[in-house]
Design a protein around this ligand. Structure first.
Ligand SMILES: C[S@@+](CC[C@H](N)C(=O)[O-])C[C@H]1O[C@@H](n2cnc3c(N)ncnc32)[C@H](O)[C@@H]1O
Length: 348
């Protein structure tokens, strides 16, 4: 006969209170048998396994509702979806904590070095800056709806329907980005592809045996990439909140993604990339750019109304601005022009 356990025994096995067990029962996560006469709970082996699973999910800080949903729909994809969500929740919390910690570091230094009168004003500035950065990180929105686009993205790239023909050198841009990134690097490096989309750039790394992780803010893009390349490691995440520790990567690459950030967001994203990049690491970005304001003005004058709208719907980089930003971290940019709008910048 299968062994049955009392609530006291179960609480001892898992080292949790009886109240906690009653709470999970009240929430409908477990449903132990009741004795007909005394109404005592009796737990079988299955209940124990379920309780162990609940406790494991609680360690990951999943909510009761999340756990309920995983129990109700036990497909692998559903569980993955909950883990993706939780990864983003935890990353957002960590990002906020890091900002607070950095601000506190600055505040402590200000108190040490300033005299009494001036330091209050500086404190306000530091906290204001921190709040602005936090807001930028939280407020970015996908106004292009990449989730919907994911199904037809590869087709669109091939057909290149816009009149600017921004994808006419798609393959060349990806191949050059790849070759530039791995130049003089050994195979044991770690690479990150931000805005991985349907995985076409990461594929080049995978095929040659490099260790690459793809990051994207769009779940559906990640799903398409996973179906195309089951071996590709993928994570949900955002340029503005890169969910990895400092000094994690030797190479960061990105194609056709950086132009979805405005100037202020680009500044934050550059800082994020520099943080997760190893000291001698390399960033290679293949994307839509202008050399500088003067070139932008000249090119814009030559475009039709629809084409101007197409450009202004996004945020093509200004290479001079990128040079200045990366220089503030001691980095230098080399650029290669692929065509009128497409450049590759290499940051070392
Ligand atoms: C035009 S697709 C490019 C995909 C792929 N890199 C390629 O070259 O084919 C742009 C991708 O960048 C992602 N993306 C846009 N903004 C992003 C952000 N702030 N953080 C992370 N990914 C972003 C989109 O979700 C989309 O998958």
């Amino acid at each position: 006969m299968n062994k049955k356990y009392t609530i006291k025994e179960v609480s001892e096995i898992f080292n949790i209170t009886k109240n906690k067990i009653r709470f999970y029962e009240k929430k409908g996560l477990i449903n132990p048998e009741r004795d007909k006469f005394n109404n005592y709970r009796y737990f079988n082996e299955k209940d124990l396994i379920k309780l162990q699973t609940i406790l494991m999910y609680r360690v990951l800080d999943l909510s009761i509702d999340d756990i309920k949903d995983i129990f109700n729909d036990n497909r692998k994809d559903n569980e993955l979806d909950h883990f993706y969500n939780q990864w983003e929740v935890i990353n957002s919390r960590m990002q906020k904590m890091k900002l607070i910690r950095d601000a506190l570091k600055e505040l402590m230094d200000i108190i040490y070095i300033s005299d009494n009168k001036e330091y209050k004003g500086k404190m306000v500035d530091i906290i204001k800056d921190m709040n602005e950065t936090y807001k930028l990180k939280e407020d970015w929105q996908d106004k292009w709806d990449f989730d919907t686009w994911s199904k037809t993205y590869d087709e669109t790239v091939k057909k290149d329907p816009g009149s600017l023909k921004i994808y006419k050198n798609y393959e060349k841009l990806l191949n050059t980005t790849f070759k530039t990134a791995i130049r003089d690097k050994t195979k044991d490096i770690k690479a990150l592809d931000i805005g991985v989309g349907t995985g076409n750039l990461s594929k080049l790394f995978l095929e040659k045996g490099y260790n690459i992780i793809g990051l994207d803010q769009s779940r559906e893009m990640l799903n398409v990439a996973k179906n195309k390349f089951p071996n590709l490691k993928l994570r949900p995440g955002d340029f503005l909140k890169i969910p990895f520790e400092n000094n994690s990567f030797d190479i960061i690459v990105s194609t056709y993604a950086f132009h979805h950030l405005n100037k202020k967001e680009k500044k934050v994203a550059i800082k994020e990339m520099i943080n997760v990049l190893n000291k001698n690491g390399r960033i290679v970005i293949g994307d839509l750019m202008f050399e500088d304001d003067k070139e932008k003005e000249k090119i814009m004058k030559s475009l039709t109304k629809e084409e101007i709208y197409e450009v202004e719907d996004e945020y093509y980089s200004n290479i001079k601005f990128l040079e200045r930003e990366f220089k503030s971290y001691g980095k230098k940019i080399d650029k290669v022009r692929i065509d009128k709008f497409n450049f590759i910048i290499e940051v070392n």
